[in-house]
Ligand binder design. Structure first.
Ligand code: AR6
Length: 179
């Protein structure tokens, strides 16, 4: 798959491609409350990690929306999987924005607690869960930037989109926020 990285901010990179191929300390999974797999990026991560990820996640007791839990990466090039559970979009008045921000923040907190320095995020909640893509991008960028301002251990955060269209849309959101 074609791969082009773009440096958005000092420690934040935008890429297009398949998150399961990234050799980083942790990739973040857009999971559901069970942490036992599903479709979308969740299905792709479980397939690439192998069945041990499911076996491990059975010991975690699920995960609240907005929270995050860590698992080994097993067969993935990434060392760990940080599973977070995004909100289902219900029109915007059900605390969806705060819950999505919490996903990014909690994932980064878990990464720091585990001494990790590179983390890749998919666009949480903007697939099956229906969160509007550009609104989700803004929340991702704002939350990650705020977190990094108070952290010096994280070296590289990658935002990876599956499609070229999402890549272009995310870059546009970033450029608009900067100007
Ligand atoms: N690499 C990077 N991004 C991907 C990949 C991939 N391999 N595959 C999909 N995406 P979604 P959600 C993008 O639906 O909205 C699952 O069933 C995709 O284009 O995976 O948080 C879970 O079990 C989209 O932009 O996650 C939950 O039940 C983004 O990943 C539910 O879906 C997120 O889309 C979670 O829904």
């Amino acid at each position: 798959m074609e791969h082009h990285g773009f440096k958005l901010d000092q420690r934040i990179w935008l890429e297009q491609g398949d998150i399961t191929l990234l050799r980083v300390d942790a990739i973040v999974n857009a999971a559901n409350n069970s942490l036992l797999g599903g479709g979308g990026v969740d299905g792709a991560i479980h397939r690439a990690a192998g069945p041990e990820l499911l076996e491990y996640n059975k010991t975690l007791g699920g995960c609240d929306t907005g929270d995050a839990k860590i698992s080994p990466g097993y067969k993935l090039p990434a060392k760990f999987v940080i599973s977070t559970v995004g909100p289902v979009w219900k029109g915007g008045n059900k605390n969806e924005d705060d819950l999505l921000a919490s996903c990014y923040r909690r994932s980064l907190e878990v990464a720091v607690e585990n001494n990790l320095s590179s983390v890749a995020f998919p666009s949480i909640s903007t697939g099956v869960y229906g969160f509007p893509f550009e609104r989700g991008c803004k929340i991702a960028l704002t939350t990650i930037n705020t977190f990094l301002a108070g952290n010096h251990s994280l070296q590289k955060i990658i935002l990876i989109t599956f499609s070229h269209e999402d890549y272009a849309a995310m870059k546009k959101v970033h450029d608009q926020m900067k100007s």
